[in-house]
Design a binder for this molecule. Sequence first.
Ligand SMILES: C[S@@+](CC[C@H](N)C(=O)[O-])C[C@H]1O[C@@H](n2cnc3c(N)ncnc32)[C@H](O)[C@@H]1O
Length: 255
Amino acid sequence: MLFTRLAVPLRTLQTLSKTHRWHHTSLTNELIENMDKKATWDRFYTENGSKGQFKHFEWFFGFHSVKDFILPVLQTMSHSQIGPLNILDMGCGTSALGPCIYRTSPCAVKITCADISSVAVKLMQKHADSTAVEPCNPSSALAFLELDCTQLRGYFGLRSLDLILDKGTTDALVRSKDGQVKAGEIVRQCLQVLRPSGSLLQFSDEDPDARLVWLEREVRGAEPAADVGVQEVGELRGVSYFCYQISARTSEKIA
Ligand SMILES: C[S@@+](CC[C@H](N)C(=O)[O-])C[C@H]1O[C@@H](n2cnc3c(N)ncnc32)[C@H](O)[C@@H]1O
């Protein structure tokens, strides 16, 4: 029950808490404050996964709502690259985002779905093994990885990824007690592991007046220097969602 309540956009949850319409317990509060912690998410996915047959859980919305932000970018990137595009779904949880890209992208992709929660990663791996999804492009690959994304640089090489996707992960971090610093560190590491032509896309319910200011502050002085942009994804149940794009500054890009 507790976790069903958490499965709503974070901003909605916080607004409800503030206005006392949400009869939250101190334990719920503790969970909201600890969304940067592995134990919180292991518990979340254990509870979610114990409801019988595996079902993907989507924070905000699923692949269908964001595919037009992702597939055209991949198509453009594929023109200037030999071999599969390297994609990371950062904080994948048990979302179908990575598997859907694998199934529908006409250009070859190598997708890594990574999460700090070993429970989520095991559920995803088990489901993929049992369903044997066919890729749209025979050269595509799909992998699952337990990884704390504050350690991205230790796992991925410099300039090795083409696209990093973040659906709700930064949102969870910036709103938890100790997560802001981690979220900023993750953005800077993303810039290092992205190729000069690559991008980080953050799907979020945070308004541009707050997220853009935060992002611009976090990437100031970063190496490589970065540009930040935003597009509206749309409205769902009265909440507006955005896609923030962070990429190496054009002048920094290597031909
Ligand atoms: C709000 S959920 C979003 C899950 C998924 N992207 C979706 O759209 O349903 C945030 C996810 O970030 C993961 N997470 C939190 N901190 C992380 C970290 N440091 N490294 C990797 N994953 C992390 C959590 O385990 C959780 O699955």
